[in-house]
Write a protein that binds this ligand. Structure first.
Ligand code: DGY
Length: 322
């Protein structure tokens, strides 16, 4: 029987590429350049499976008239870059990679909380500039994290992993806002309390960390109105999806002192960052590092291949999204 034809849109960990090549007719992308929309549309006509990443915008046009494509195995948990309704209508299965990146993404959220609260980016820039004149009692004084109130928006796997770190590791008090009720034992395991609405949460927190999905439903969830309900000493952290935060409104809130600081790992139009944020001292900017460890990037790849193997064996893939 002919092997399924599979396109991998970016360079992957070598061990997973080798596993793929052993089971499929694979086209890899050793140059690691992002595919154009025209290339993605052409690939949908020519491949049984495409394995995209967050850098591939898979809009409805990719599924128009799809003669060959049967499955999109997304290398990542978030899939707001894929028009899943159009995929479903075209009979194309979509899978993702939950679980395996929760710990590392929560680690990056905690990193951003600590960096923003303790002004670590400013300190690093000061040392590298050669302008550091030595220890002073009033130099780069930040916020104490222990005992501070952390608000978590979206209490899925990553939100929960952050709550455990923040509560058990750093003695933070955790408040949670989630679209559905969280089981009492899940909240109790990380000393968390659920509040009813985002509006309830915003004025109560020292740090707000976002862990909800992206996409149209949550676009600009944190905009001028939400930022206006936060305290002037509060910190905003986003490791979820860029579109959840209105970057223009955030830049204005940081400039005016509406909130104190921010830590961002994701952006509205990656890799572009709103220019006003680039020059600000009170914002930490990371290049979408949430899942970027050797272990996790390999685990994500294996999870994609597990789903692909199940699909081509005629089974329902375990991480099927549509
Ligand atoms: C994810 O898995 O969603 C990461 O953000 C990379 O896309």
């Amino acid at each position: 029987m002919a092997r399924a034809k599979v396109l991998v849109t970016r360079a992957w960990p070598a061990e997973v590429e080798a596993r793929l090549a052993a089971g499929y007719e694979v086209t890899l992308n050793p140059s690691d350049t992002a595919l154009t929309l025209a290339e993605l549309i052409a690939a949908a006509a020519d491949y049984d499976a495409i394995l995209p990443t967050v850098t591939d915008r898979i809009g409805a046009e990719v599924f128009a008239g799809v003669p060959r494509l049967r499955i999109l195995g997304n290398y990542g948990v978030g899939f707001s870059h894929i028009a899943t309704d159009a995929a479903k209508a075209a009979g194309v299965v979509v899978t993702n990679t939950p679980d395996v990146l929760s710990d590392c993404t929560a680690d990056i959220a905690m990193t951003l909380i600590l960096m923003a609260a303790r002004r670590a980016g400013e300190g690093e820039r000061l040392v590298r500039s050669g302008q550091w004149t030595g220890w002073r009692p009033t130099q780069l004084v930040g916020r104490k994290v222990s005992g501070a109130v952390l608000g978590i928006v979206g209490f899925g796997r990553i939100g929960q992993a952050l709550a455990h770190r923040a509560h058990h590791g750093f003695g933070m008090r955790v408040l949670v806002q989630n679209r559905s009720a969280v089981a009492p034992e899940v909240l109790a395991a990380c000393g968390a309390v659920q509040v009813d609405t985002l509006d309830d949460l915003l004025p109560k927190v020292d740090v707000l960390s976002l862990h909800c999905p992206g996409g149209a439903a949550n676009r600009h969830l944190i905009g001028a109105a939400a930022l206006g309900r936060m305290r002037p000493d509060a910190i905003l952290v986003n490791t979820a999806r860029g579109e959840v935060v209105d970057e223009g409104a955030l830049a204005a809130a940081l400039a005016s002192g509406q909130i104190a600081a921010a830590g961002l790992d994701v952006y509205e139009a990656e890799p572009r960052v709103t220019p006003a944020l680039m020059g600000m001292e009170n914002v930490v900017l990371l290049p979408h590092l949430g899942s970027a460890t050797h272990e996790t990037r390999a685990a994500m790849g294996h999870r994609v291949v597990d789903n692909l193997d199940a699909f081509f064996a005629g089974e329902n893939p375990p991480d099927r999204v549509v």
